[in-house]
Write a protein that binds this ligand. Sequence first.
Ligand SMILES: [Zn+2]
Length: 161
Amino acid sequence: MNTENINRHVQAVAIQFISYRGPINSMSNYVAGSMGDAAPDIELLTNYLRKPETHEELLLRWDIGIWRNTAGDWSLVSLAAPSSIEQMKYRLEHFPTSNTQCRWCLQDAKRLAHIELIPEKDIHGNPVDNSWLHKHCMRPWLTMRNQVARAQTHPTKESLI
Ligand SMILES: [Zn+2]
């Protein structure tokens, strides 16, 4: 099984959906659809996505978050940061409609929010109001926050125009 090719297509699906939540079989079907004739058997694909090693590998190398929710369904989230500081700022300034939603992927954990989401902390270690995220989503969120903070303390010539 060419896992490199699978990872590439999982990434394509994650980017297309931005944030997907549902049964893992449906996730495999989308990946298989993206792969076309190169797709392995759906069951093999599902087993591959289910493996913890896969999550770690995907997470680290491909900016993809995959995890199983407490309710038993699965999430697939693109952890790629927006391409411009302006887009990052926009995301940092806007809050989801419900405070049980993750600020990065916007998936709603509803009554399980206290289990599935963790509070964002400011640089002093204090929780930020109404800002809760999945463990996997916290990393790109904080990277984005740092990048915007750095851009504001060290403005480049372009951003002053
Ligand atoms: Zn999330």
